[in-house]
Write a protein that binds this ligand. Structure first.
Ligand SMILES: *Cc1c(COP(=O)(O)O)cnc(C)c1O
Length: 232
């Protein structure tokens, strides 16, 4: 078996374990392969190995691999920082845009989706660690953001996403995961147009197990599936 197949198998087993420990089933957790810097052949291999979704985080890289039919056989999500002027390249190609963190961006997505005759599913990205270097809206602004975003035509909010701070030795991310889960539950109990809290996307190679224990039902794993990326 290839390395990618082995890795997906191992991750699936850990996902099943964490799901069971938190009172859910393995099938309740969506495994997104973070495919950045992996070529079309490796993406195809991951899909054959049984990941649920490909997640790309650069528009140009996505378009290159899209042309090579790299994503055939699994839905494609956009998970990276997105500039408003690049939205046009994604509409019609991605099932979910996970990284929406401004009203301006949400409006542009809605505008182009309406034009294309579709409704674009999105997640709202939260900056749970309050880091200046990261995208995402501050948790205390979420209610106001939701009010505003629920009025936009052409988009449907399906949940929340976060990239917490780099894991410290003290496993502090658990506190961030818990905070996210609480936000997710709070919003789920309220009624808004165009918003259903289906997905809580958090947890990467080093911490997806903990993320699931603390409420994630969508995890984004890169290194754990493909091995270390070679940055050139
Ligand atoms: C690269 C990436 C991941 C996966 O990171 P790994 O540590 O390699 O698992 C998850 N989410 C986003 C948004 C990413 O860009």
């Amino acid at each position: 078996m290839s390395e990618i197949f082995e890795n997906v198998k191992t991750i699936r087993a850990r996902i099943a374990d964490a799901a069971e420990k938190s009172g859910r089933r393995a099938e309740d957790i969506v495994l997104v392969a973070a495919t950045k810097m992996n070529d079309a052949d490796r993406v195809r291999e991951a899909i054959a190995a049984g990941i649920d979704v490909s997640g790309e985080n650069r528009v140009q890289e996505l378009l290159d691999k899209y042309e090579q039919n790299a994503y055939d056989g699994a839905p494609l999500h956009f998970i990276g920082n997105l500039q408003t002027n690049k939205v046009k390249y994604l509409i019609g190609k991605v099932a979910l845009i996970q990284s929406v963190d401004s009203i301006k961006l949400a409006r542009e997505i809605g505008r182009l989706a309406v034009k294309a005759g579709i409704v674009q599913d999105i997640l709202i990205e939260i900056n749970i660690g309050g880091e200046e270097s990261k995208g995402g809206i501050p948790p205390h602004e979420l209610d106001a953001f939701i009010e505003e975003v629920s009025k936009i035509e052409g988009i449907f909010v399906r949940g929340l996403m976060t990239i917490p701070p780099i894991l410290g030795a003290d496993n502090k991310n658990i506190a961030y995961f818990e905070k996210m889960h609480k936000l997710f539950i709070d919003i789920s109990t309220k009624k808004y147009d165009n918003i259903i809290m289906d997905f809580l996307s958090m947890g990467m190679s080093d911490d997806y197990y903990d993320a699931i224990l603390h409420g994630a039902n969508m995890v984004r794993v890169g290194t754990g599936i493909f091995g270390r990326r070679n940055y050139v």
